[in-house]
Design a protein around this ligand. Structure first.
Ligand code: SAH
Ligand code: SF4
Ligand code: F3S
Length: 468
């Protein structure tokens, strides 16, 4: 794999030319103030991509609205990870047909992970003739070109090549937040967990050059960002196969050395590549949040093997122990899949026992959803949907109990909290601890963006505290 600095690919100059042309055309077609609506589904990777789509649209003269029915350009940035996510998108695409009756010039683009799948592109080609563009995950930077072509009368555009070419740096960017921001450090995934569609729609793993990441991190800090999340499907394999000799723990330390008062988060860590070196870096770096999102997916070794996760229950629990030895107050979160093909109630009980043993701060739990083209989709899946639903509820109840106990244990303790939003009640501020727990406390509006020490005083359905 690349990447010496001189080989880095930048946003192509011709896209700026197309952007200028779109700016002029859009005014002719939509009027003085063309409006775009960008709707994002799925994970933070998509949220970050949408910030680049918005950056390019802004360059092309669009302002943004939340209501698709009033937009001149609608972009759905889609997720393919579970069937439910896809169904919602098809529903929303269907409705655009009515918007287009009233506003026939409106352009509809379907982008992101769903758009990358052949079956989706074919379905849109056949059944949704009013979709103007279907753009895959690796052609994002060519949006100005595609929009120019469509506005100048070209046929519908289907551009979905997944050639794992270089990362394009410096795509225009319009960030959603001012305090919390996303910073992608790598793209794609090489792990091929047997249930997962991501490697097929995002392509092979590619790491950004550390100089590019540091440059962006410094810019974010200078712009006032206080909470920066480094993004990758498996940040622990950052730098694999690259010639710059920086791995993820090294990168954390480099970002930690940037002067300023800010927090560093990251997601996601794959347990198979989570090292003691990483845990040591987390412990040593004062800006790195003491929060580890470490998805274990299943507590059963038999199921982990079928999932191709390449670790087992024992090694996972070993990592949790090592993390807690280094950072006793670390907050741990995880992802779990219930009802993987062939999973029995006994396997599921291994998941419950792991949850009870670790006592996670919170969990993201999903019922298995078969994804066409993945190995798991061809495996026998005898447990019924109803049965899986019962297991799923059992897991939710187990975690609810743990979360309540965890929260009650917080009462009387003091945490450093970033005031990142206004609270639900007037006169209150809402913030997050290093472990990413949300807490509300009385504070003036001017405190927004500041770090304060908050003592937890109460827990009902949420943590309440007071500044000390
Ligand atoms: N790269 C991350 C996860 C990305 S997808 C990692 O490896 O941890 C986010 C989560 O969605 C996964 O952790 C998994 O729990 C869930 N997921 C992925 N594919 C799924 C499927 N087919 N059915 C149900 N849940 C799935
Ligand atoms: Fe999917 Fe596994 Fe890659 Fe995560 S590591 S994106 S779960 S294939
Ligand atoms: Fe979904 Fe694509 Fe993320 S499939 S979870 S949006 S990488």
């Amino acid at each position: 794999m690349q990447i010496s600095l001189e080989k880095i690919s930048l946003f192509p100059p011709e896209q700026y030319v197309y952007a200028e042309q779109v700016r002029a055309l859009a005014k002719d077609i939509f009027g003085e103030n063309p409006k775009a609506c960008v709707v994002t589904y799925g994970c933070q990777q998509n949220v970050s991509d949408s910030e680049h789509y918005k950056g390019m649209l802004s360059l092309m003269g669009f302002s943004f609205i939340d209501e698709p029915s009033e937009a001149d350009f609608i972009l759905y940035n889609t997720c393919a990870v579970r069937g439910h996510a896809e169904d919602r998108v098809y529903g929303n695409i269907g409705v655009v047909k009515n918007y287009k009756r009233k506003r026939p010039n409106t352009i509809l683009a379907v982008c992101g992970c769903m758009a990358q799948q052949d079956i989706v592109a074919e379905r849109i080609r056949k059944s949704y003739p009013y979709v103007d563009m279907v753009l895959g995950t690796q052609v994002q930077h060519r949006l100005p070109e595609f929009l120019y072509k469509r506005l100048s009368g070209s046929n519908r555009i289907f551009e979905r090549q997944l050639d794992n070419a270089d990362i394009i740096e410096d795509i225009p960017l319009s960030r959603d937040g001012r305090l919390k921001g996303w910073l992608p450090i790598m793209y794609g995934c090489n792990n091929f967990c047997t249930y997962c569609i991501v490697p097929y729609v995002r392509g092979r793993e590619r790491s950004r050059h550390p100089d590019m990441i540091l440059k962006e991190a410094r810019e974010m800090v200078a712009a006032g960002f206080k909470d920066i999340t480094l993004l990758g499907q498996n940040v622990n394999s950052y730098g694999n196969g690259c010639d710059f000799g920086v791995d993820f723990p090294d990168l954390l330390r480099m970002i930690n050395d940037i002067p300023g008062d800010f927090r560093i988060r990251f997601m996601t860590s794959h347990p198979k590549d989570c090292t003691i070196k990483l845990l040591d870096a987390m412990r040593d770096c004062e800006k790195v949040a003491k929060h580890l999102h470490l998805p274990f997916q299943s507590g059963s070794d038999r199921i982990l093997k079928l999932m191709n996760r390449k670790y087992n229950r024992e090694t996972y629990l070993g990592l949790i122990k090592a993390a807690r030895e280094r950072m006793p107050d670390i907050s741990l979160t995880s992802d779990i899949i219930v009802g993987f093909p062939g999973e029995t109630y006994e396997d599921f009980c291994d998941t419950i026992s792991l949850v009870n043993e670790v006592k996670f701060s919170s969990l993201f739990t999903f019922i298995y959803s078969a994804r066409t083209g993945t190995p798991a989709a061809a495996m026998e899946d005898p447990a019924s949907r109803e049965e899986k639903g019962i297991w799923f509820r059992e897991l939710l109840l187990a975690q609810e109990k743990i979360a309540k106990e965890n929260s009650k244990n917080f009462i009387g303790k003091t945490f450093r909290v970033l005031c990142d939003d206004f609270g639900k009640k007037e006169g209150y501020m809402s913030g997050h601890t290093s472990g990413n727990c949300s807490v509300d406390f009385k504070a003036k509006k001017e405190m927004l963006g500041k770090f304060v020490d908050v003592k937890i005083t109460d827990y009902t359905n949420m943590l309440i505290g007071e500044i000390i």
